[in-house]
Design a protein around this ligand. Structure first.
Ligand SMILES: Nc1ncnc2c1ncn2[C@@H]1O[C@H](COP(=O)(O)OP(=O)(O)O)[C@@H](O)[C@H]1O
Ligand SMILES: [Mg+2]
Length: 323
């Protein structure tokens, strides 16, 4: 099949390429002509696209899908998910499968407050309220934790150990004041079939992180975390791949941090452990049978290293020309 992937410079797109390059025709797109993944596919299968927040993005992708007879479009960049999901009908009208979550689910994942409200009572969530003058005034014990409702990449998160730390935080409700979770943290890669059945839920521990990329990780079989991730995915309506994050509270319970409704960058480990999510996505797109219950996986550890890919600078120049 012909698959077009965006975010060619990111670890997520390269992870998918590793799973699928041998069997499928992969097209790689990015806004940056220096994005690594562009050069892993033949010249005719590369594409420069506008930024995720550029209003031209959807039309550029629609035109490329038509011209290249693309069958599956996989955006892997956060900023692109919502605009592409809103145009789902247009993509489906030209025969393109869009294996991402519906816009309503993406809206919940973008705003951590809406997410926790949506699952509270059904999935363990941390003690949490908007940070205002009033709620700050009521804080009588530390540590606490603050993070922006709309944050990403750990920007703006902080452990709060004393009142002066709290005084520095904005009190306009844009920040969440949370119970501090001191324990282990797991990122659960989930795969949800088109009919809503969760067939993959593999907890991963990020053991060493370098510039935001996990360079040492392991899969861990923690039934409590697996069940909480499955429930979360079911309640908010995830489709395809997402990454559901939990951290252990002082009382021992794993509580929900956030959901990233897209492909994570450490997916090869999940595949090696027994649940190859890019392959599940293509099997579904081709109408091949896909398991109908949670797939088993093994506990496995990985360390990652850099590798080099050499090519003629003319290939880069060709992508720098106005498209
Ligand atoms: N309530 C909390 N207590 C302790 N640490 C937290 C809490 N919430 C988040 N963190 C830490 O901050 C990191 C980033 O928070 P997260 O909710 O994943 O947001 P994002 O990744 O979008 O910035 C987490 O990986 C976790 O280590
Ligand atoms: Mg996170």
């Amino acid at each position: 099949m012909r698959l077009l992937m965006t975010g060619a410079g990111g670890a997520a797109a390269i992870s998918v390429w590793k799973s699928l390059a041998a069997e499928h025709e992969l097209h790689m797109a990015d806004m940056d002509p220096l994005a690594t993944g562009l050069y892993l596919v033949p010249e005719g299968q590369r594409l420069i696209i506008p930024r995720g927040d550029d209003p031209r993005l959807v039309d550029v992708l629609l035109d490329a899908c038509k011209a290249r007879r693309i069958e599956v479009l996989l955006p892997t960049v956060d900023a692109e998910l919502f605009p592409v999901a809103m145009a789902r009908d247009k993509f489906e009208a030209i025969g393109v499968t869009l294996p991402i979550s519906p816009a309503e689910c993406l809206r919940l994942c973008r705003d951590k407050q809406l997410l926790l409200d949506a699952v509270a009572g059904k999935v363990p969530v941390p003690g949490n309220e908007p940070l205002t003058q009033e709620s700050a005034g009521r804080v009588s014990s530390f540590p606490r934790f603050v993070k922006p409702r709309l944050g990403a990449g750990s920007r703006g998160v902080a452990r709060i150990d004393r009142r002066e730390d709290l005084d520095k935080q904005p009190k306009d409700g844009s920040v969440m004041l949370q119970e501090y979770l001191p324990g282990e943290e797991f990122s659960v890669d989930v795969y949800v079939r088109r009919d809503g059945i969760v067939v993959g839920a593999v907890p991963r521990e990020r053991m060493k992180v370098d510039s935001g990329i996990a360079v040492a990780s392991r899969t861990v079989d923690v039934p409590e975390v697996i069940q909480a991730a499955v429930r979360t995915a079911e309640i908010i309506g995830i489709r395809g791949v997402a990454n559901v994050q939990f951290k252990r509270a002082a009382d021992g319970v794993f509580k929900l941090l956030e959901v990233n409704p897209r492909y994570p960058g450490t997916l090869p480990l999940t595949a090696a452990a027994g649940v190859d999510m890019p392959k599940l996505m293509m099997d579904e797109a081709m109408g091949r049978p896909v398991p109908d219950r949670l797939m088993p996986f093994k506990e496995l550890m990985v360390v990652r290293y850099w590798t080099e890919h050499y090519f003629d600078p003319k290939e880069w120049k060709a992508l720098c020309r106005p498209q």
